[in-house]
Ligand binder design. Structure first.
Ligand SMILES: Cc1cc2nc3c(=O)[nH]c(=O)nc-3n(C[C@H](O)[C@H](O)[C@H](O)COP(=O)(O)OP(=O)(O)OC[C@H]3O[C@@H](n4cnc5c(N)ncnc54)[C@H](O)[C@@H]3O)c2cc1C
Length: 384
């Protein structure tokens, strides 16, 4: 029996997917591009290449959850019907593997569910680690549960005063103006990743909405006892529920033992060249928050990286000279933080403003219609 199964195994195809590299004598096949990470950057790369390459998307979940829309979905779960998009809806020509990538060699990518996916080119777009469920239905249920939780309590504690904490406070205070909101932030000002004028404008807005903002203090959530917790300076806070908004770790730990371990800088970011290829690796690109490019990490920047990378991959797959590859240079930076549905804070290169102009640009629809359109989907409906 053992000899029989050994004999059969000789004729089994290799586990996982074979790359589409053209073989002599065979009909010329499309090259295999494996995109790892189906967030802001990865979704655009896969979408842009699906007609010209054999694209495989490896994402830990079956859907793209537009990150800046998730906080609204916690107070209006139906919003997520549009902002959580199954990959298959915009990537009909792509093979989707809903599993985490766990390793990469110079020939293939390994996934948590045991698949080995051979590649000609790889694009790494694993921005930030998430603990998201696998299916859209499960994700929508999570948003409903968050909504029910917020609706049913009197006092909500938000830990962290970066964009997530500030935008969540804005969303809750807009929909539930009578809830008591407490926001505790470790640093001396909110939104420390941008200028102090933006911090002040956000602070003014939140305090006008009666959000209790506590700066320069931290909280050890392990000591949360019956809804009561002490801050680092001994202040006692009582809340019925809390949300931790302290930022997610960079999604590069899976590369620590891989061929790319020496391409990670001390912050766990991938060192890329001006063509967005990982230094020393001619067929591996990286886009988005995981890159070491010195710029404010933003979704629209990840999308720019994605377009440059897709362009370069098309060129290389056409056999054109590397010298023709597009280069990426950080441009002027713009950050908009929404405050509820009508207002926001915007930092442009020469000016920082608050109020309804940033609200009009971002807060009304949170770029959801626009993002859907970029992926060939109807901005307002679930179907194309
Ligand atoms: C509250 C908030 C508001 C924001 N507002 C804006 C805004 O208004 N405008 C703007 O431009 N930007 C905004 N941003 C920033 C923006 O969301 C990020 O810069 C952007 O998501 C980065 O894109 P990315 O493709 O690099 O990574 P992500 O979008 O984080 O995508 C990474 C993907 O990789 C997957 N992944 C991770 N590890 C693995 C693995 N090992 N295997 C397989 N898959 C994996 C994840 O599941 C995820 O799908 C905001 C961010 C936050 C938190």
């Amino acid at each position: 029996m053992a000899i029989f199964s050994w004999f059969c195994s000789l004729f089994k195809p290799k586990v996982g997917l074979q790359s589409g590299m053209a073989k002599s004598g065979e009909e010329k096949k499309k090259m295999r591009v494996v995109v790892i990470g189906g967030g802001v950057g990865g979704s655009i790369v896969a979408y842009s290449l699906q007609s010209v390459a054999d694209v495989v998307l490896i994402d830990q979940k079956e859907y793209y959850d537009i990150p800046w829309a998730s906080l609204r979905s916690m107070v209006e779960p139906s919003f997520a019907e549009r902002s959580v998009i199954n990959h298959i809806d915009y990537l009909p020509k792509v093979q989707i593997i809903a599993s985490s990538a766990t390793n990469i060699t110079d020939r293939e990518v390994t996934t948590e569910d045991g698949q080995k996916v051979a590649y000609d080119y790889v694009v790494i777009a694993t921005g930030h680690l998430e603990s998201a469920p696998k299916t859209k239905a499960e994700r929508l249920n999570e948003y409903k549960a968050d909504f029910e939780k917020i609706k049913s309590v009197n006092t909500v504690l938000i830990v962290g005063g970066g964009p997530t904490g500030v935008e969540l406070a804005g969303e809750i205070s807009f929909v539930f103006p009578d809830k008591k909101l407490i926001l505790v932030h470790r640093g001396p000002r909110l939104l420390e990743y941008i200028g102090s004028k933006a911090s002040q404008l956000a602070m003014n807005w939140l305090t006008a909405k009666k959000v209790d903002v506590i700066l320069d203090q931290s909280i050890n959530l392990n000591h949360l006892n019956g809804g009561i917790v002490q801050t680092s300076s001994g202040e006692t806070i009582k809340a019925d529920c809390h949300f931790v908004c302290t930022g997610k770790p960079i999604g590069s730990s899976w590369l620590n033992e891989s061929i790319l371990q020496n391409s990670l800088n001390i912050h766990g970011k991938l060192v890329v060249d001006q063509n967005l290829r990982i230094r020393g690796h001619k067929n591996i690109f990286a886009v988005g928050d995981i890159t070491d490019i010195k710029e404010i990490k933003q979704g629209y920047v990840a999308q720019k990286h994605a377009h440059v990378t897709a362009k370069n991959l098309k060129l290389l797959m056409n056999g054109e000279s590397e010298s023709k590859m597009a280069t990426y240079k950080p441009g002027w930076e713009m950050v908009i933080v929404s405050l509820g549905r009508k207002e926001g804070v915007a930092q442009f290169p020469l000016i920082t403003i608050g109020g309804c102009i940033p609200g009009k640009i971002k807060s009304e629809d949170l770029f959801v219609g626009r993002t859907r359109k970029q992926l060939g989907l109807n901005p307002y409906l679930d179907e194309k």
